[in-house]
Design a protein around this ligand. Sequence first.
Ligand code: GLN
Length: 384
Amino acid sequence: MKSLSKHTEKFTDSVIRRMTRVSQKYGAINLSQGFPDFDPPREILDRLAQVSSLPHQYSVTWGAQNFREALAEKQSRCMGFDIDPDGEIVVTCGSTEAMMCAMMTVCNPSDRVIVFSPFYENYGADTILCGAEPIYVPLIPPGYGFDPNVLESAFRRDAKALILCNPSNPSGKVFSEDELRIIADMAVKHDAYVITDEVYEHIVYAPRRHTYIAALPGMRERTLSCGSLSKTYSITGWRLGYIIAQPGIIDAARKVHDFLTVGAAAPLQEAAIVGLKFPPSYYDALLETYSKKRTLFLNGLRAAGLSFTEPQAAYYVMIDVSEFGYASDLEFCEKLAERVGVGAVPGSSFFREPENRYIRLHFAKRDDTLTEALERLGDIRRKM
Ligand code: GLN
């Protein structure tokens, strides 16, 4: 038999999603793959329940007209510039497809793409599947800042694009406006695209604020802003995401998307419109909910004597477990699920550097789930 695609030999399955399976195997509380164990807003579920009045055939391949209109209105308000629902949006199957589609829209084989490390693991696979070459620029723990000189030398290697996950998964970093201006100035100077992943745009803790890089001078025409409804409306299984960009880019992205997936699920787009039309108070309440969970969880981790960097955004915490002396963080996480009963993601799956000291936990769970997980973690020193 002829061998299969070389691309697929260069990356593993998703460690994040593998850890969900490991959690299930041991009956552990799954704080690995980031998704809520609470329901989406009632109003969205009520609309979904009206099954016979939902569309059940393909929507327009780049997204149902009424979904794009509602999304354009909401994102124009948030991003601070007018977005044309007819020319500047592709609706995708989650931001996972949005990112892959954006990469395939921008990159030729052997193009170079700048990726900050640690990074959300999909970007590695996305780059490889496009035949592109990643250039990694470290975000240095514990503060996860970057060295502008290192970034500039990455751009000088004729980088075609930079992937920006802001707010950042897994570090919880929020890129400041100053940092974003440095990145934007370099992107303009070196004529590179910026592909963003902004799925945590509404989960940014005070006093930090989210700045959309597309809104900075010179950036609108070179930014592909990817986002999702998954985290904002607690509907990760619905797989609704999007790319927002200038019409020339969107024309190309629509073609890629059309042949990848045809389109996102029509009935789910229709039901999610209810969420897109929520008033600003919905997003305040969402943030308040996550701020409280963050306080509960971080206090518990502190009480357990664990050391970590406080996330400025999103719902992940990177915990330094080097004191436990494990040679492999994969082994640590397997044992953690088995003995302590808590599922975590090994930090090495996010780093380009040979880093073995971190695990990632998330707190997008009901308070009783978090309290139970913290109780178990209180025993970590005895069991690990
Ligand atoms: N963003 C989530 C995480 O980092 C997972 C998303 C997914 O599995 N598609 O855990």
